[in-house]
Design a protein around this ligand. Sequence first.
Ligand code: UN1
Length: 512
Amino acid sequence: MTVETMTPHTDLLSALGIEALNRGAFCGEWLPTKGPEVVSIDPSTGLEIGRVTTATAEDYERVVSVTVEAFKEWRTWPAPRRGEIVRLVAEELRKHKDELGRLVTLEMGKILSEGLGEVQEMIDMADFSVGLSRQLYGLSMHSERAEHRMYEQWHPLGPVGIISAFNFPVAVWSWNAFVAAVCGDSMIWKPSEKTPLTAVAVTHIAGRVLAENDAPPIFNLLVGDRHQVGEPLTHDKRMPLVSATGSTNMGRAVGQAVAKRLGRSLLELGGNNAIVVMDDADLDLALRAVLFGAVGTAGQRCTSTRRLFLQKGIAQEMKDRLVAAYGSISIGDPMDPAILMGPLVDKRAVDDMMGALDKVREQGGRVLYGGNAKSDRGGFFVEPTLVEATPDMPITCDETFAPILYLFEFETLDEAIERHNAVPQGLSSAIFTLNMRSAERFLAAGGSDCGIANVNIGTSGAEIGGAFGGEKETGGGREAGSDSWKAYMRRQTCTLNYGDELPLAQGVEFKV
Ligand code: UN1
């Protein structure tokens, strides 16, 4: 490609160490990668931003062996000292928040406020992990045997593989990376090939902090496709944990490969998230939550709202208000603060959305608003789309990574909950109601079957302090806050005898 076809963002890119051609393998040093180049495209223009050379088999071997060696040293660092390194990374992220947020917007296409929010999510995750570095608690138990002490402790697990998706190109890495780092693990990041530049930029920042503080190279990178990086990582016995965020198909392949060697996988996969709006809801709140959930990030969050259940009494009013609100959504350059919806990530995403809408029509759905690609400009823009649907339409059980919202009507809460749960995915869910009984029933054991269940809050935009993930085809993994850290460590149960007898548990006698 010639220079004219490239997006001119030279100052932004150079502030983050990004060049026209970048290397895609890092393990304390950038390796002279010779694999095929991946081209990073600005989805709002379709123009090239920069390139990255991918990892060869030789680069793969080198990065894994350095990561294994780095683990051996890093696990001996006291956890609070490891936390200090993460704190220093967070300081750098604060300094570069604006540039990195812009790069996320440039390369992924989410609006700038969300690009900056994503970097804030990394900073929050780092702060959380710093505190966690002094709280990796184990339990102690009372032994049934006299003069015995029993307790459990948590040790670093080993090198961790982190496979992340294009839609949260940096935050999801940080959910894993900062927790894994304070837990004493080293790691290798396989970013999406659609967003390699943000990964290179973050690796520059994290790698610099490690080098300046004489820490071993724990934050490593391998850019490449499934064959070059993904599959080798999942089959590699040197990686006791592979954490993967992305589609259910990808996660199924990762889970099976890792399980085959009895490794651990942590999967955060597709969602098909719904909001239930009851007749007694505060409709102003519900409307705003639906708009952010369904139109925000152009419907490309795993937590995006894809289904809306409207109780009969408010259904028509909500539909009218939604159609009016969809008509006022500004679509365009995601860097422009007046814009609410940027492009989809690439041409294929636009085709997938149009393919899903063909199925909608075949299956008897009615497009209430939108439904088209915007061909009046470059880039991968679409209209946010509202569809009147019925529960027997198979397409409503699929996750289409695009701003399509399926609208259903219902009469009773029981009916809404049953239909809400009748999809293969189980990530995020919400109910809008001012009735405490309805709210509690949605959250009770017979209510939402998702990993995340909210009341008077939409399905997307979770805080980092909670454990993030979901059930069924969402994969069952939990990342980020709460006690998710336990996935990144190994538990050891220790029993210590300080007496001069050897009593056996369960009263067993074995006298020689
Ligand atoms: C994702 O889409 O993979 O809850 C993650 C949210 C964000 C994370 C989404 N904090 O919407």
